[in-house]
Each structure stands twice: as C-alpha cells, then as structure tokens.
Design a protein around this ligand. Structure first.
Ligand code: CP
Ligand code: NVA
Length: 310
C-alpha cells in the first residue's frame, strides 16, 4: 500500500483537495453541535518542530486529542537529530512507533528526505518553500464565507515567500487567478511560476494587482529565519503594505487574508486586519478543522484507499 505524504499541495489531486475542504466543513459543523468523532483512537502523531509555532502546533495537538489519539511534540535540539543522527535513520525509527509525522523546519529537502524513508505519512508543517496546511484552511475559509474559489481573483501583495509559493500551487490545484505583487528582488520561485503560468499574473504595482480582486492576501515581510535581514526588508517592502487604499481597489465584497502572525503597521494596517473584510480569525480556526480532514485522510485510511501517487 502506498503511503501518502502532504509536503505540498501538489501531493494531492484537485479532487482529493476538494474532498478535504468539503470534509473539513462537515467536521467543523459536527464539532459545533457536539458530535464526538474519534477515528484515531490509539494513534500517535509525532511533531518535529525546529521553528516557533502557535497555530500549527496547537491545531495538530487539539486535532489528535479530539480524534481520540495523541500528539508527541519533539524539538530537534532535544532529540538525536540535533546531534547529527541522520534524517533517514530517524524517519525509519519513528515509523516503527508512530502513525504519522508533522515536520516544521527550514529545509524542504530535509522533509522530502524524511518522507522518502518514512513508512508513515509525513505532513509539512511549514518549510522555507511551502506551507500547505495553511492553504487548506484558507481555501476552506473562502469557501465558507464566499463560495467556491475556482475562477476567483486573488491578489498576493508582499514577499514571494513560502506562503506565496503555496498560494501559487493553490491557484493551479483550485483553478483561480493569482496576481502577485512583490519588489523585484523578492519574487517567488521561477519554476513554480512557470508551472502555474496559466493562472499567474505578475504586477509590481500593488494597487493595480489588487484591482477587482476577490481576495487580498499578504504575509510577514520577514519570515522565520530572516530576522537579521529585517531592517533591509522593511525598507524594501514599504510600498507593499495592505492598507485601505489597496482594499478599495479590490471588489467591494473582497476579503482580506493573512496566515498570522501579523505585524500591524508593516505588511498590513490595523484598520484592514481588524476591519470588517478581514477573515484572519476564521482562517486560524480552520487550521483545526482542515487538518482534522487531512489527518483522517492520511492516517485513518481514506488516503490509502484512493492512493494513486504518480
Ligand atoms: N500560520 C501559522 O502557521 O502560524 P504558526 O506559526 O503560529 O503555526
Ligand atoms: N512566512 C511565514 C509564515 C509563518 C506562518 C514564515 O515562514 O515565518
């Protein structure tokens, strides 16, 4: 039986992703009316976090608890990984004990190596390249608040970072148009842009990029690991702040999205993120529901049934 991983949105088919979004909404509705659903009794999820986290860690831990299973949190510094034990060996050992592994670390290649040697599903909890779990929650949120994202216009304004990369993959998989506005030096990866070219427009003027959009989305200007470069980045991104002027270019019922943590006054004004168009709290909540759908798919068997990895 093929083990399925979730290292990027491209690991699932568009149909599977759509099923997950539908399932996340069902799971959320069930939870709200007090339904107890425990498909992962006696299952354990290991979580290797080499970077800070509030939402990702908490949502996976709560998801496992609500599903009747357990989550074990590991920081590389306190494991043998931090002392140089090979990733390949760690992956094989952990596969003998747990039912799935979430990894948050800088190197996407490390997560790929881990997945290659793991005999259980591996989930990317954020790397410097991608943050696919966040996109499940974001697409779910748009679906709940405005309907299907297919055919919509999304404007990404700011850094061409891991979140931008995952929005590019989402544009391909969910078939919406994504206009990306970044300073020239901070464009997203060329290979991802090329693969998604049918859905992507680049425009270095954020006000033009936001025109007529259904969603305006941004993220921090200095991601984890870029702290030393923060002063230079704040200067470079000054013209890419999402403020009222930008939101007024979008459609009147457009929504504002941000994966959080946010830095008010930098990538977004307080007026926008705390205003009526902002969906950031819904996005954060949906991390729990979307990841429950993902865990059910990967760990509780339904992923194995539909396994057709190319
Ligand atoms: N959005 C997100 O992944 O938040 P954390 O860094 O708090 O997990
Ligand atoms: N781009 C940000 C996302 C945080 C959830 C980072 O990598 O720090």
């Amino acid at each position: 039986m093929t083990v399925r991983h979730f290292l990027s949105l491209m690991d699932l088919s568009p149909d599977e992703l759509r099923c997950l979004i539908r399932r996340a909404i069902e799971i959320k509705q069930g939870l709200k009316v007090g339904e107890v659903r425990q498909p992962l009794v006696n299952r354990t999820l290991a979580m290797i976090f080499d970077k800070s986290s509030t939402r990702t860690r908490l949502s996976f831990e709560v998801a496992m608890t609500q599903f009747g299973g357990n989550a074990v949190f590991l920081s590389p510094g306190s494991t043998q990984l931090g002392r140089g034990e090979p990733v390949e060996d760690t992956a094989r050992v952990m596969s003998r004990m747990v039912d799935g592994v979430v990894i948050r670390t800088s190197s996407h290649a490390m997560v790929e190596t881990f997945a290659r040697y793991a005999e259980v599903p591996v989930i990317n909890g954020l790397t410097d390249a991608f943050h696919p779990c966040q996109l499940l929650a974001d697409v779910q949120t748009y679906h709940e608040m405005r309907g299907d994202i297919q055919g919509c216009r999304v404007a990404w304004i700011g850094d061409g970072n891991n979140m931008c990369h995952s929005w590019i993959n989402a544009a391909r998989q969910f078939r919406f148009s994504l206009t990306i506005s970044t300073p020239a030096e901070f464009r997203p990866r060329e290979d991802l842009l090329t693969a998604a070219r049918e859905f992507i427009v680049l425009n270095d003027d954020p006000a033009i990029a936001a025109e007529d959009s259904d969603v305006v989305v941004t993220d921090t200007w200095a991601s984890m690991g870029q702290e030393q470069d923060k002063a230079r980045r704040l200067e470079a991104f000054e013209a890419f702040r999402v403020d009222r002027r930008i939101m007024e270019k979008a459609k009147p019922d457009a929504v504002f999205m941000h994966c959080l943590p946010a830095y008010r006054g930098h990538e977004v004004t307080a007026e926008v993120i705390d205003g009526p168009q902002s969906l950031v709290w819904e996005q954060a909540e949906n991390r729990l529901h979307a990841q429950k759908a993902l865990l059910e798919f990967l760990l509780a068997g339904s992923g194995a049934i539909t396994a057709n990895k190319e």
